[in-house]
Design a protein around this ligand. Structure first.
Ligand code: CTP
Ligand code: MG
Length: 381
């Protein structure tokens, strides 16, 4: 039997009023990228999840594209529940759905896996954390203490059988607000089981939560650097693609793909940071689908693998080694193109070039070499 198909919905249509700031909190920068980009990377690269729908507010399309590139999205509503409903309406072809708040950026594969495993036994599952503080009723004066031993804090993502959560939302009284979806399913008489939550999943709600999230993230990450190197032969009658830019020259690089040595070197450097093999193991030259392929997709794939491990690319340094053409006039366009593919700021990309004083194969103009170093932050293991 094939495993159940699973979709994910990220609700990101809120105004983030309590957090304040120039842009709604889901698009505000956190740990090197827009807040929403963290959970999107975790969900969109998880092998069990086939479809991710992001629910945004009206007019937030550009902010979404800046945050995550072209991603499937729908427009949400005035309340969180309206936004969830819009997301549920957009999900097709799935038996299970994870519903997640963009406001909880640091989602790990382990939490996703605990939730999906729990769905084998119940129509709903939520991640929870124990409560450490004393919990009491209160208004101006303190009321009774509540036994905290059977009280939990409920997080997202929350996982559901799609039919069950759809039916539950359809039956929920209009005009009544729900802060999460598990309570909607329970109100429909269905069981929701708990799995262990994650302190990293804490919600960003108030302005101070950004600094706290930043600190949690920093404490959970280590820096890693790795290098990449590539060579291709220069031949007449080929196009010259370097760093994702087509450069006018009397010769071009030959190889199975577009032979862009610069992008290949960076791709290998990124793969190196997560010990994920090399470009040839992901895109074998023996596979005809990569004949003439544009190398930006190799680089984007390597970046998505890094993101899928919860990694952040901090810096890329590239050196192109050739006698001709002169790289200087193209340096800025190469830099911008690489930054664009990796969704980085241009200040995070360095492009250098050198000749080899007419020595060796590069000196004789027989080929071009490139080397790159990538620096990333990845979660500590
Ligand atoms: N959300 C949504 N649509 C709404 C309201 C909220 O998609 N109409 C989303 C938010 O983007 C967030 C999640 O639901 O990812 C949890 O909501 P909350 O933390 O309350 O975010 P905001 O509503 O944006 O913040 P605030 O209440 O402070 O305005
Ligand atoms: Mg809200």
């Amino acid at each position: 039997m094939s495993p159940p198909r699973t979709a994910a919905i990220i609700v990101a249509a809120g105004k983030g009023e309590r957090a304040g700031g120039d842009v709604p909190k889901q698009f505000a920068p956190l740990a090197g990228r827009p807040l929403l980009a963290h959970s999107y990377a975790a969900l969109s690269t998880h092998p069990a999840i086939g479809d991710v729908v992001i629910v945004i507010g009206p007019g937030q399309e550009d902010a979404l594209r800046n945050a995550v590139g072209d991603a499937r999205h729908v427009i949400g509503g005035a309340t969180r529940r309206d936004s969830v409903t819009a997301g549920l309406n957009a999900v097709t072809d799935a038996e299970r759905v994870l519903i997640h708040d963009a406001a909880r950026p640091f989602l790990t594969a382990a939490v996703i896996e605990r939730l999906l495993a729990a769905l084998d036994a119940a129509p709903g599952a939520v991640p929870v954390l124990p409560v450490a503080d004393t919990i009491a009723r209160a208004d101006a004066v303190l009321g009774d203490t509540i036994d905290r031993s059977n009280v939990v804090r409920v997080q997202t993502p929350q996982a559901f059988h799609l039919d069950a959560i759809r039916a539950a939302h359809a039956a929920w009284p209009d005009g009544q607000e729900a802060t999460d979806d598990a309570q909607v399913l329970r109100a429909h008489g269905e069981q929701v089981v708990t799995v262990e939550g994650d302190a990293m999943l804490e919600k960003v709600t108030h302005p101070g939560d950004f600094a706290a999230a930043e600190a949690r993230h920093a404490a959970a990450m280590i820096s890693r650097s790795a290098s990449g190197y590539d060579v291709h032969r220069l031949e007449a009658g080929e196009e010259l693609w370097l760093g994702g830019v087509l450069i006018p020259h009397d010769k071009g690089l030959s190889g199975h793909s577009d032979a862009d040595v610069a992008l290949h070197a960076i791709t290998d450097a990124l793969l190196g940071t997560i010990a994920a093999g090399d470009i040839g193991s992901h895109f074998p030259p023996s596979d005809p689908q990569w004949r003439g392929a544009a190398s930006d997709q190799f680089l984007a794939h390597a970046a998505s693998l890094v993101a899928g491990r919860g990694g952040i690319v901090d810096f890329v340094d590239l050196t192109i080694i050739c006698e001709a053409p002169k790289i200087g006039p193209h340096r800025e366009s190469i830099r911008m193109r690489i930054a664009d593919i990796l969704r980085l700021d241009a200040s995070q990309v360095s492009v250098k070039a050198t000749t080899t004083e007419r020595l060796g194969f590069t000196g004789r103009g027989e080929g071009i070499a490139a080397q790159a170093v990538a620096t990333v932050r990845v979660p500590r293991v």
